[in-house]
Ligand binder design. Structure first.
Ligand SMILES: [Zn+2]
Length: 237
């Protein structure tokens, strides 16, 4: 026969697990809700960055949210109001939607080898922010980046030569007491971080329209580094 104490223990455990499940479901339904113009406007840049941080935490801890993607396809068919824009590398190990556990309609992504910006990408980001209302831009570099290594070693190959030239300023601006080649892992990571910081600065310098949004507190442009070995994103100050 169950003692009163055992019964109470089981009952409270059931209540507790029900509460945990309810909270998990609530978090899941919030993460799966397609952003609307109203919900986008209601969020600050800090809210959006917190959402991305929480998404990366879910990835790292094995708790990614399962959403009904076809429901999201239907929910975004008549329009979109993404919360953030990511400038990332083409590297297959750093897909922004997965890195931040975001779904359909949540984020704009511009991807190019070495996550730098040019006129076309800045124009795309102006579309994402000025016209479409995204509240944050994240320039996302990553560890062990092949484009960074290629720029460091001054690799030459067809059109890639011109692409890598966009990263050369970050190579030149990075100091090291070791060898200035891609075998120097610390140098590779330092150049990748410098490249992110220079890209953030370039966005502020080259886009008066986005600079205005930043000044008004309606947009934040930040840099971050993704560790391909752990999945974790470290935010640059
Ligand atoms: Zn890369």
């Amino acid at each position: 026969m169950l003692s009163r104490r055992m019964f109470c223990g089981c009952a409270s455990a059931a209540v507790w697990s029900g509460l945990v499940a309810t909270r998990a479901e609530a978090a899941e339904s919030a993460a799966c809700a397609v952003p609307t113009r109203e919900s986008q406007h209601a969020k600050t840049p800090a809210d959006v960055l917190a959402r991305l941080k929480a998404g990366n935490e879910r990835l790292v801890t094995g708790n990614i949210v399962q959403c009904d993607l076809m429901q999201q396809v239907k929910g975004t068919a008549s329009g979109q109001a993404p919360l953030a824009a990511i400038v990332g590398c083409i590297d297959s190990r750093v897909p922004p939607e997965l890195v931040f556990d975001q779904k359909i309609g949540d984020i704009f992504c511009a991807r190019v080898a070495g996550n730098f910006v040019n006129t076309d990408i800045i124009g795309s980001l102006e579309f994402a922010t000025v016209l479409s209302g995204a509240r944050a831009i994240v320039v996302l570099g990553h560890s062990s980046c092949g484009a960074i290594k290629g720029a460091i070693d001054n690799a030459k190959l067809g059109n890639l030569t011109a692409t890598l030239a966009n990263i050369r300023p970050a190579v030149k601006a990075t100091k090291t007491s070791g060898e200035r080649n891609s075998k120097n892992t610390a140098f590779v990571e330092a150049v990748a971080e410098k490249n992110v910081r220079m890209t953030v600065a370039a966005l502020n310098e080259r886009s008066p329209a986005m600079r205005k949004l930043v000044a008004a507190g309606d947009l934040k442009i930040v840099g971050a580094m993704h560790d391909i070995a752990t999945g974790k994103v470290t935010w640059l100050s």
